[in-house]
Design a protein around this ligand. Structure first.
Ligand code: AP5
Ligand code: MG
Length: 206
């Protein structure tokens, strides 16, 4: 199965992706996560995209498309989390022939509330929310036991910028897939369990 999951910042892409990859044994590719790792390691790509990512702007497509193509090499079943985010990126992966695009719809005010309370583990793989989705032990990741931290781009000014990028650029990608008739819109303003149940109903039947 090949899937794309799109949605505004904080809509729950990562939360739902974690469940999908576990249940359906998919390879999870999140450019946001990979770009943060490049920044942390101080690689050439990391240095080139650091400012954009930390200030909530999209990184240049040439880096992101490259990371995706390398990451997907030899993979059959995968989930692209937050990619593509611009029409040029969507066109660059037309050859992958992906037939299901999940779109998590959520209002800006609900997403801002989620991001303001988000905490992630050290390597950024698992996310929690102070009140909506708390870890079992305060400040500690349930899965890897690391200390929870706040993501650098989860500050009010940067959250707003990320939203503007979504509306200005990524909204066109949503329309691109809607026109192709492969967009599945999910109401993300429900509990994670309900959102996941709706996502599963939208998956292709085997
Ligand atoms: P990325 O890391 O993808 O960030 P984003 O799109 O802004 O989305 P988030 O990861 O913040 O939110 P999410 O939808 O995953 O929500 P989550 O599940 O964590 O990208 C970061 C940056 O990288 C971009 O700004 C850009 O600079 C760059 N980048 C990435 N892709 C790129 C591309 N293709 N091209 C160019 N640049 C790119 O949930 C959020 C919170 O809500 C959590 O606290 C969670 O616990 C909680 N929550 C989740 N679901 C629910 C629910 N149903 N009810 C209540 N709380 C919930
Ligand atoms: Mg995410």
């Amino acid at each position: 199965m090949k899937l794309i999951i799109l949605g505004p910042p904080g809509s729950g892409k990562g939360t739902i992706a974690e469940k999908l990859v576990k249940e359906f044994h998919l390879y999870h590719l999140s450019p946001g996560q990979l770009l943060r790792e490049e920044i942390q390691k101080g690689t050439t790509i990391g240095k080139a995209i650091r400012k954009d990512v930390e200030q909530g702007r999209l990184a240049p497509s040439k880096f992101v498309v490259e990371i995706i193509k390398v990451g997907l090499w030899g993979k059959k079943d995968y989930l692209l989390d937050g990619f593509p985010r611009s029409v040029d990126q969507a066109e660059a992966i037309e050859d992958l022939n992906i037939k299901t695009v999940l779109y998590l719809g959520l209002s800006e005010s609900a997403a801002v509330q989620r991001l303001a309370g988000r905490r992630v583990c050290q390597d950024g793989q698992h996310s929690y929310h102070l009140s909506l989705l708390p870890p079992k032990q305060e400040g500690i990741c349930d899965i890897d036991g690391s200390k929870l931290i706040t993501r650098k781009d989860d500050q009010p000014k940067i959250i707003r910028e990320r939203f503007q990028q979504f509306e200005r650029v990524t909204r066109h990608v949503v329309e691109y897939y809607r026109k192709k008739n492969i967009l599945k819109t999910i109401n993300a303003d429900q509990s994670p369990e309900k959102v996941y149940a709706d996502v599963k109903k939208a998956l292709p039947k085997k």
